[in-house]
Design a protein around this ligand. Structure first.
Ligand code: CP
Length: 331
């Protein structure tokens, strides 16, 4: 890491969405992620960097990867991490989200990580607490650390994100992963093809980053058009839990799989060295056939591993301050 990058103070108090970050912010997180990754390979996977800091993981919506990786990330940085889920908390007794947040704040945490089914919940909490707030996925809005770990994974395989052709395929309308990735990849200079049934792609998707995304996001309604010459293929699942009254927008699983499922035949349209990504959880046999998901071109489990390093980087930047004492991490 160059001295210039090491000295940069991260200019944000919270991580609420990729929309708030610029390319330098994203680059700083990715560089720090690269630097921290090796800690996860050590025999003793722990550094003292966040000793004495308290991280509350408030997961009011289900999660496996994000919740566990935030907990591991905090522990490997020596923070005291406490996990709170909706079913085990007083949220199930009718306490409002803001009351829960204010009560947790009274215990003086340094960071609150929140996942919530309502878009905007982390931003609302950030207005009412004094500590750093990290969005771990809010409704259909954003999932910033997922996009960051996806960028870290792409960068590891491709060297750079600029100029890559990235296909994002699935239920774009209900996907916070798609929104955060479109913004992150566009800011890092990629070209993005979004693909799925017309009923599951909002007309405004090319506009989410203004002129930037208008110039580099293209909508494809045929899987073959999205995959042709792609460097990266990112498959998403149908968000059945969010379809609700819009369920009629989704024909049926068999038809979806036939037209939009990734299999060996359709994957052959992408570049020979294209990587296959999925944020998880996968619905095997629907958006992706098992032989493709488990193939040598799949980097899905690398994404999960990078999730720990990215969340260590984000906790470090927001839970401690800046990079000027980066050396202390590697003692
Ligand atoms: N990718 C992701 O957010 O997975 P989880 O819902 O399991 O956290």
């Amino acid at each position: 890491m160059s001295p210039t990058k090491a000295a940069r103070v991260f200019p944000h108090r919270h991580l609420l969405g990729i929309a708030d970050l610029d390319a330098d912010d994203i680059g700083q997180i990715l560089d720090l992620t690269d630097s921290l990754r090796e800690i996860n390979e050590r025999a003793i996977k722990k550094v003292p960097t966040l000793r004495g800091r308290t991280v509350l993981n408030l997961f009011l919506e289900n999660s496996t990867r994000t919740r566990v990786s935030f907990e591991i990330a905090g522990k490997r940085m020596s923070a005291d991490t406490i996990n709170i889920s909706g079913s085990g908390s007083s949220a199930s007794k009718g306490e409002t989200m803001l009351d829960t947040a204010r009560n947790l704040m009274a215990m003086n945490p340094d960071v609150i990580v929140i996942r919530h089914s309502a878009s905007g919940a982390p931003a609302l909490i950030a207005k009412h607490v004094d500590c750093a707030v990290i969005n771990a996925g809010d409704g259909t809005h954003e999932h910033p650390t997922q996009a960051l770990l996806d960028c870290a994974t792409i960068r590891t395989h491709k060297g750079s994100i600029a100029g890559l052709e990235v296909a994002i395929v699935g239920d774009i309308d209900h996907s916070r992963v798609a929104r955060s990735n479109i913004l992150a990849l566009a800011k890092m200079g990629a070209n993005i093809r979004v693909c799925g049934p017309a009923t599951l792609i909002p007309r405004s998707i090319t506009e989410i980053g203004g002129a930037l995304t208008r110039s580099c996001v293209r909508v494809c309604h045929k899987l073959e058009d999205a995959l042709e010459g792609a460097d990266v293929v990112m498959m998403l699942r149908i968000q059945n839990e969010r379809l609700g009254k819009n369920a009629s927008r989704f024909a049926n699983t068999r038809e979806y799989s036939r037209y939009f499922g990734l299999n060996a035949r359709t994957l052959a349209l992408a570049k020979d060295d294209a990587i296959i990504m999925h944020p998880g959880p996968i619905n095997r046999g629907v958006e992706m056939m098992p032989d493709v998901a488990d193939s040598g071109r799949s980097v899905i489990l690398e994404q999960v591993a990078n999730g720990v390093a990215v969340r260590m980087a984000v906790l470090y930047l927001l839970g401690r301050g800046n990079l000027t004492d980066l050396e202390a991490i590697h003692q």
